[in-house]
Design a protein. Sequence first.
Length: 124
Amino acid sequence: MKTQATVSQPSAVSGAPLLQVSGALFGIIAVILIAAWLAKRFGFGGRTASSRGLKVTASSTVGPRERVVIVDVEDARLVLGVTPTNINLLHKLPPAPVDSEAVNEKNVDFQSVMKNLLKRSGRS
């Protein structure tokens, strides 16, 4: 009795492993995005700069990548020159007084603020 052995040719690799890897990758990305959304929604992230007593009250562009900003901190107001590589302190002011008129005039334009600052420091 002779038995005939048949040799089968290997078939082309099906797309099942590729689908499994793609599905797992999609699942991991979805879990990361959901976790980030939940952390933001329920406040697990770090505190923002404004909640720590730092607030930018005015800003003006003076060049293609340079700005002058006024920053309110807890005990002073700082006029800063900001470039892509560094930040320079241009002037330090006492903290802004808290009164009803100052609260109503929050939309003062930057040009008038800078003129007042320059007059106070003796530069015209």
